[in-house]
Design a protein around this ligand. Structure first.
Ligand SMILES: *Cc1c(COP(=O)(O)O)cnc(C)c1O
Length: 366
């Protein structure tokens, strides 16, 4: 479908596939990959990118919430989908009916899911979540985990945990705790097809933590966050807009709400672009951000509005209405990388792309 807007999120599916291939190569044939496509595929559009991930060997599609899982289930009636987060008991029927693999965090939740599955004459596939110190979801109680694993309505396919990435020492302690618990449960007769703890950073930093499944999010999208090791993934997303109108101002004329920016000299050209904080552009980028027009960095000036913002075009006298303005690029050609944006906005890379809200159309390049 035609993107009916000048502001778009452009996703290069070839680069996305290449990133998946590089992760698979790094991990080897005995490690299954569950790309994490929560938060609408980190802003890239979960349903739009799923076919590429599946084509490039995703064993599972990982999401955070039931809503995300059901959206994917509608588009992919058969593919394994995994909810990494907690689903409240009152929605168990949806999980069971849609055949979605659910994280189970304690006995009460597991029992409710098991009962729900049995009432429908089914078994629900689940993974046990072990709390190895993050203290977000899961339990570290071995007897509780064992009771969860023995529930008749559940098919316990996997067991996993999540690292706090506090320090190497702490990471190792968490990993060893998970291993010890798995060993205990296996000695009691449990068996797990999938064991996993590594997100993007951990799978690069700690080859020994890959077990037989990894859960990369950021890395799939070409956002490098690891501290050690190396993998040549590349960004596969850019955000682009176009200049809607240009004004020529006299020295001292204000721009935008509260006139917080004023033209420094006569003949100052200011361009409006149709992207604002309702598209996920950080409002605190005022006086810090820039867009790239004809290869030139042009500063964002004045207050960032809900749907638009203004650009100082003094550095780019040839700029015209309709010119493309690159908001986020891969960092080359004077474009702002997601990494640079995250530093300027005082957040992390994942938040910058997750913030890109539903409004800008996603355009997929094959
Ligand atoms: C989001 C998430 C991931 C992926 O994290 P990245 O840092 O983007 O690789 C992996 N596991 C869990 C449980 C998550 O919530």
């Amino acid at each position: 479908m035609e993107a009916l807007r000048d502001t778009i999120v452009k996703v290069d599916l070839k680069e996305l596939g290449r990133n998946m291939d590089l992760i698979a190569e790094l991990c080897g044939p005995n490690v299954a990959i569950m790309p994490v496509i929560k938060a609408n595929g980190y802003g890239l559009g979960a349903v739009g990118i799923a076919p590429t991930l599946i084509e490039h060997g995703a064993a599972y599609l990982g999401v955070a919430t039931l809503t995300e899982a059901l959206e994917l289930r509608k588009a992919y009636p058969e593919y394994p989908i995994f909810i990494l987060g907690y689903t409240p008991d009152r929605f168990n029927e949806y999980v069971v009916e849609a055949g979605i693999t659910q994280t189970v965090v304690n006995f009460d939740q597991a029992k409710a899911l098991s009962d729900c599955a049995l009432s429908k004459g089914k078994k629900l596939t689940v993974h046990l979540k072990v709390d190895t110190g993050f203290h977000r979801l899961g339990t570290s109680d071995r007897e509780e985990l064992l009771k969860m694993a023995q529930l008749p309505g559940l098919l316990v396919e996997g067991i996993f945990s999540h690292l706090a990435l506090a320090s190497e020492e702490e990471d190792i302690a968490q990993f060893e705790m998970l291993e010890a618990i798995i060993e205990y449960l296996e000695a009691k007769g449990c068996s797990f097809r999938y064991k996993h703890i590594a997100d993007s950073i951990a799978l690069v930093n700690y080859p020994g933590f890959r077990m037989n499944m990894v859960r990369p999010g950021a890395l799939v999208y070409g956002l490098k966050g690891y501290r050690r090791g190396f993998i040549d993934v590349r960004p596969c997303m850019s955000v682009e807009t176009r200049i809607s109108q240009i004004h020529t101002l006299s020295e001292g004329e204000g721009v935008g709400y509260d006139f917080l920016w004023k033209a420094p000299k006569d003949g100052t050209r200011v361009g409006a672009v149709p992207i604002g904080y309702a598209d996920g552009y950080p409002r605190n980028m005022r006086d810090k951000g820039y867009v790239t027009i004809r290869g030139t960095k042009c500063p964002v000036v004045g207050v960032i509005c809900m749907d638009q913002m203004m650009i100082d075009l003094n550095g780019c006298p040839e700029a015209q209405v309709g010119d493309t303005a690159i908001v986020y690029g891969d960092g080359s050609g004077n474009t702002m990388s997601i990494e640079e944006a995250s530093k300027l906005a005082g957040t992390n890379k994942n938040e910058i792309i997750a913030r890109i809200l539903a409004r800008p159309p996603r355009v997929y390049i094959k």
